[in-house]
Design a protein around this ligand. Structure first.
Ligand SMILES: Nc1ncnc2c1ncn2[C@@H]1O[C@H](COP(=O)(O)OP(=O)(O)OP(=O)(O)O)[C@@H](O)[C@H]1O
Ligand SMILES: [Mg+2]
Length: 690
């Protein structure tokens, strides 16, 4: 097979697309067309190699990225409908798909629930018998890291370094037991459980390997141990070539705090000695100035793999740095700059992005944008699915799907209020603890009559009967497969719980109206999905399946509105995306790099700063044409104005080095420009290992 460039790709990109003799890793910097390799390869597999689209899976990091990839492939295929048959999803969605089909093999009932991180927080709070947020979060993190590292509770306990960690390990053991009792899984389990299943059950694993003939993984640098294990289990087997392509960039690894390890990149070379390594060096996204700044910043980190990026897009406009008096002025000025730029360049709003380190920075920017009447959408922040009214409805759905889901039971039974008080619930809780059954089961269990009066018990039983009746219909497919069953069940549910009047009774009118609109939007969206999407092309879903789908969506991001609006996003959520004009705000010491725990040991601190630097690199490289950096001399923290210093990453960008007046851009020929750029990039960098 020739490696001649094709499909609008450069030579190494086509090589990666055409390579099918074994596992392949594309390692390259930002904007070099890694994701493009994935979409092209999927198309190539289907159109030129005769792969059935149902046997191809591509894994990405966010639901949004998955959706974009699916749409992109759809436009490339001669038969766009085939794109719908592909599995293009996040690791977690693939996990749900596996769990749903293999629940019985894992001792789970079909109707397991997926607990969100709030539920898990409450559970840890209960088990740890404390209300100290800091302690609870720490334990929650520790449990998550153990799960993602595939560490069992007894091993965690044995290896505990101190009493705090031992205590966390004991809570981890009870936490797992409790989830099992609830017939629930948390987000980490969505990947951990399939891994355990594939490890322990060869025939199940074999079945999945037969179904998935080719696996592609985007943003590979951010996979954690558990996700890597899942990849390995899917692609290694008896008499079968591991067929996969992973693409990634070690300089963009920004999820170490969630257990991702960059070592997975080098592990790949160890675990698959015949791994084909392909590097890409041409950047197609950004101007030379932007790339220079990005390269300069990241050259301060030790390197796992050497890379040198260059671009043909010309030097471009200067990168500007703006010092602001305080955070209010920053927000206002950014809004003013965007407004002016928007009218001057006659751009769309979607051409702009404001990126920041932490969600807490968003509120003040939102207010400024509203003042200036600039439309915006937020990603990576509070998602639609995290709104209280949506979570209320989801609680009912979860309970329909799984009556043992205690957190959902408590939320649903008390919202709207139906005369069931805290004392009643406490008695019920104690009783269910004593009998080791769920709250729902406790309501009908013999002996409960002695604990609760009729007045207390009646509304509980009424509620449970209502759920039971609805549940009987919830799991059925529609009559004649019309998918209308889900819609009918949803309508009945909404009518029966009087949620609308509850909102108007408890809130002032405007708030109630807006919340009710959200609820209706959510319900209609669910109904559409139940019918297989707006065009009814996808799979139909019953209420149980819809519930699991929703649980997953809330994890990383919200619903995306397709309006012309600027994008506000955390740096983490901006990964993989690109915008013509980027504002990187709050570039101050303590914010970016993030302050973190003052007790952090020096060697850990150094690693953290490196991760923060990669985050800066991700931010810079989202920009295609212009990049503006802002920082504040003062910022309000806990109600007080505190003094701030500019981020160390600003001088690291070495803006003076390549910052020639824009005219020079026109004088240099592309070849000269390239030579100049390469010379600038040739500064020696510290080497590390591999
Ligand atoms: N060979 C090519 N010719 C022209 N444009 C390209 C080529 N390859 C990629 N691009 C374009 O360059 C931009 C960056 O590509 P892509 O998003 O695939 O990069 P990436 O390596 O995945 O970046 P990131 O590391 O940020 O995820 C996209 O707009 C893409 O369409
Ligand atoms: Mg990408």
């Amino acid at each position: 097979m020739s490696n001649a460039p094709q499909f609008g790709l450069n030579a190494p990109q086509s090589e990666a697309v055409l390579y099918l003799d074994g596992p392949c890793l594309v390692l390259a910097g930002a904007g070099s067309g890694k994701t493009r390799v994935i979409t092209q390869k999927i198309t190539h597999l289907i159109e030129d190699r005769g792969y059935d689209p149902r046997t191809i899976a591509a894994l990405t990091f966010t639901n949004k990225a998955a959706l974009e990839m699916q749409e992109r492939v759809g436009t490339m295929l001669k038969q766009p409908r085939q794109a719908k048959q592909l599995t293009i999803s996040t690791f977690h969605s693939l996990g749900v798909k596996i769990l749903r089909q293999e629940a019985n093999n894992l001792g789970l009932k079909d109707r397991f629930s997926i607990m969100d991180s709030d539920d898990c927080y409450s559970l840890v709070q209960e088990l740890a018998i404390t209300t100290d947020k800091h302690i609870i979060r720490n334990i929650q993190n520790e449990i998550s890291l153990w799960k993602n590292g595939l560490v069992e509770p007894d091993v965690a306990l044995r290896n505990a370094k101190d009493e705090d960690e031992a205590q966390a390990a004991r809570i981890y053991a009870s936490y797992r037991a409790t989830l099992q009792a609830y017939q629930a899984v948390d987000f980490d389990d969505l990947i951990r459980l399939p891994v355990e299943l594939f490890r322990d059950n060869e025939s199940v694993r074999d079945r999945w390997q037969r179904r998935l003939r080719y696996l592609l993984v985007d943003e590979y640098q951010d996979t954690n141990t558990c996700q890597y294990e899942l990849v390995k289990l899917l692609v290694t087997g008896l008499g079968k070539y591991p067929m996969f392509t992973a693409v990634g960039d070690d300089d963009q690894a920004i999820y170490a705090w969630r257990g991702a390890t960059i070592e997975n990149l080098s592990n790949l070379q160890v675990d698959f000695p015949n791994l084909k390594l392909i590097k890409l060096e041409q950047n197609y996204r950004s101007t030379t100035r932007i790339l220079q700044a990005a390269n300069a910043v990241i050259s301060n980190n030790p390197k796992l793999f050497e890379k040198a990026l260059w671009s043909e897009h010309g030097l471009g406009e200067p990168i500007t740095v703006h010092a602001m008096a305080n955070d209010e002025q920053e927000a206002d000025q950014v809004a003013v700059m965007i407004s002016a730029d928007h009218f001057e360049r006659k751009n769309k709003w979607t051409d702009y992005a404001i990126l920041y380190r932490g969600n807490h920075q968003a509120r003040i920017i939102e207010q400024a944008l509203r003042n200036h009447r600039i439309p915006y959408t937020i990603s990576g922040g509070q998602s639609f699915f995290d709104k209280a009214e949506i979570k209320d409805i989801i609680a009912y759905l979860r309970l329909l799907a799984n009556q043992d889901d205690d957190p959902a039971f408590i939320r649903a039974v008390t919202t709207p209020r139906r005369g069931i008080g805290q004392t009643t619930l406490e008695v019920l809780g104690a009783f269910s603890g004593q009998w080791q059954c769920s709250l729902f089961e406790a309501v009908f269990k013999g002996g409960i009559e002695a604990k609760l009066s009729d007045r207390q018990l009646l509304p509980l039983r009424e509620f449970c009967n209502f759920i039971n009746n609805l549940e009987a219909r919830a799991s059925r497919p529609g009559p004649g497969g019309s998918g209308d069953n889900a819609a009918q069940v949803l309508d009945d549910l909404m009518e029966a719980i009087h949620y609308e009047s509850y909102l108007y009774d408890t809130l002032e009118e405007r708030a109630a109206q807006s919340k009710w609109q959200n609820v209706m939007e959510f319900v209609n969206w669910l109904k559409d999905r139940g019918r297989g999407g707006k065009d009814r092309e996808g799979e139909e879903k019953n209420v149980l399946e819809l519930t699991q789908m929703v649980a997953l969506m809330s994890m990383l991001e919200g619903k995306d509105e397709e309006q012309d609006a600027i994008r506000m996003s955390t740096l983490h959520a901006s990964k993989g995306l690109e915008y013509p004009h980027v504002f990187l705000v709050g570039c101050e010491e303590g914010i970016l790099p993030h302050k973190g725990d003052p007790d952090t040991p020096v060697e850990v601190l150094a690693q953290r700063i490196e991760e923060e630097r990669r985050l800066m690199y991700v931010g810079i490289t989202r920009a295609k044409r212009t990049l503006r950096i802002t920082w504040c001399k003062k910022r309000k923290r806990a109600g007080e104005q505190v003094h701030c210093d500019p981020s160390r990453f600003i001088p690291e960008m070495q803006l003076d080095v390549g910052d020639a007046p824009p005219k020079e851009d026109e004088i240099l020929s592309p070849r000269e420009r390239l030579a100049r750029m390469k010379a600038l990039l040739a500064t020696p960098k510290p080497q590390l290992g591999g």
